[in-house]
Design a binder for this molecule. Sequence first.
Ligand SMILES: [Zn+2]
Ligand SMILES: [Zn+2]
Length: 221
Amino acid sequence: MDILDSMVGLFAPHHCLGCGVIGGLICGVCMDQEIAVRHSACYRCNKLTKDYKTCVGCKKSNSLSRVYAFADLGGLVESLVYATKFDSKRSGSGVMANMLYPLLLDLNAEFLVVPVPTAKVRVRQRGFDHSVLLARHVSRKSGLENAHVLSRSGKTRQVGSTANQRRSQLKDAFSCRADVAGRDIVLVDDVVSTGATLEAAAGALRSAGARRIFAAVLARA
Ligand SMILES: [Zn+2]
Ligand SMILES: [Zn+2]
């Protein structure tokens, strides 16, 4: 749990987002009964694949070869994402990481955990970058090295537009500021919807010479 949040939690403990019981953000009972782990599928078209691989058709146009997605966005998972992002529940990142990291236990130690940085305007509003926190927790629990190597330009904002518009808006949003040539990467974020953000981040890593590029998200919208 994030130190600041656990200190705040001493004075104002969380209520479970599902049933309201005092303790963590999601209690053990709700975790077992209300959250269904998602099947392994292509993140874009939802076709069933092995090990969360991107299907052959969707792979043609992008650099992401796997996207691990723990659950579908909805119910308690959506409440957790919302609470973390918009209600500034920092400990939400730790709860998400607890769900996410078991999917990554087969990855070898060569993989770097890289957060998909949030737009700066959002980080200013919230006071923290939930994606950076999530990556830090995932790294700690999985034992994979955390590498905050992507920068995000301030101009790009996602508005209610089509997947193709989002892709062109985000085309140059990310740049890689470290040497990742030949490295294997697992990008970390909370939600994948059109995939445009993850693909733009993966594109920047590919341009910087990264080898295999996977992603891990809590939920698929
Ligand atoms: Zn509960
Ligand atoms: Zn596909």
